[in-house]
Ligand binder design. Structure first.
Ligand code: SF4
Length: 373
């Protein structure tokens, strides 16, 4: 592959060398290279190729999780959220630029009235290899699961931070009987049976909230047959209350999960995977994942791009700057080429990593609830 590549080490690479695979080994790619070798591919200036789109379709949610959304949250005006047609146009154009996997997120995507049309529209895009969705599971009835699968959904990831009802209620700030750990666990079992998998369950672990739930969730994973992935608490909470003292590091999470059985390390499925995988020595088909953005970051091979429900491009989860796509989408004179150019330039500007451990780190203003994870 011919590349007009200029190999030189940029000073700032030193400060972020801790963010996973040594990005400093990556050659700096000049725009000439992109425009010659990959004119229509989403590549950033650090040589990373984007293949995964996280498409947020709403900022609304039926829960108020303590690490995500404030009880008195103000949602965006409905008309400011992308329409179904706009969401599908963005997805189509991203696929045309090399995206292969699309994950539908929120807020909580299952509260969106046109969810089935969005799933079907995304699944129908030529070139899409995988359509997944992340849900808190509270609306994942047997009928809903069948309908989502029927519309083209291939994989489902649940968010569940505890198996005990008291902790569930405290962490989700929900006192509706419909929203319970038991109801979500039942939905997970149905999704496994329906083959919407491999079904994964994400659990954010926060010191003083749910670190004792780690072995319980690991045992549940063994019992039902899903992959549980424990996530280090990240500074993306809407209350900006994140503090290193609330972090339960990966090393401790692994120790706690080992109470459910001896674990064997399996590494990452791919360079760009967010999760480090382990299996139980006595049950090698049961996987445990650890997503450790703070203590074991994985930015070096990041392949993710996010589009928010109100039409902003976030090249990185921790981007401080966003690129507006909605105005262009709503301008009838905007061509596909123009949308492509906006996407290509936004990705080119993607930052090397989140910089959480850097002294000058600044938490983004936009909370996780309006990004979609
Ligand atoms: S923090 Fe940004 S660069 Fe790092 S893995 Fe997440 S999206 Fe990618």
């Amino acid at each position: 592959m011919s590349r007009a590549v200029s190999l030189h080490i940029l000073p700032q690479q030193a400060t972020h060398a801790s963010e996973g695979q040594s990005a400093s080994e990556r050659p700096e790619v000049t725009s000439a290279a992109r425009s010659t070798d990959h004119p229509r591919r989403l590549i950033d200036s650090h040589g990373r190729t984007i293949r995964d789109l996280r498409l947020s379709i709403t900022d609304r949610c039926n829960l108020r999780c303590v690490y995500c959304m404030e009880p008195d949250v103000q949602f965006a005006r409905r008309e400011s959220l992308l329409s179904v047609a706009e969401l599908l146009r963005v997805a189509r154009q991203c696929v045309a630029l090399g995206v292969e996997h699309i994950r539908i997120t929120g807020g909580e995507p299952t509260v969106h009235p046109d969810l089935l049309a969005i799933i079907a529209g995304v699944a129908a895009i030529d070139g899409v290899r995988d359509v997944a969705m992340t849900t808190n599971g509270c609306l994942a009835s047997a009928e809903a699961l069948r309908n989502w699968k029927g519309a083209g959904l291939r994989r489902l990831t649940f968010s569940l931070d505890s198996v005990s009802e008291a902790t569930f209620a405290r962490m989700t700030r929900s006192n509706s009987p419909a929203n319970s750990a038991g109801a979500v666990i039942a939905a997970i079992g149905r999704a496994v049976e329906l083959g919407l998998g491999p079904v994964k369950v994400n659990a954010v672990i926060i010191r003083g909230q749910n670190e004792d739930e780690v072995p319980k969730l690991a045992r549940l994973a063994r019992a039902i047959g899903f992959e549980v992935r424990f996530i280090e608490f990240m500074p993306l909470d809407s209350g900006h209350r994140w503090d290193p003292s609330l972090l339960v590091p990966a090393s401790e999470i692994i120790d706690r999960a080992s109470e459910a059985g001896e674990l064997v390390a399996h590494g990452r499925d791919a360079d760009s995977s967010t999760s480090e995988t382990f299996v139980f020595r006595d049950a090698p088909d049961v996987r445990i994942g650890v997503i450790a953005p703070v203590t074991r970051p994985f930015c070096g091979a990041c392949s993710r791009l996010r589009i928010t429900a109100d039409g902003k491009i976030r090249p990185c989860l921790f981007s401080l700057a966003e690129v507006d796509l909605r105005s262009a989408l709503r301008d009838v004179s905007t061509t596909d080429e123009h949308i492509e150019a906006i996407l290509l330039d936004a990705v080119w500007s993607k930052q090397r990593g989140h910089g959480i451990t850097a002294p000058d780190f600044r938490q983004p203003d936009r909370p996780m609830s309006a990004i979609g994870g």
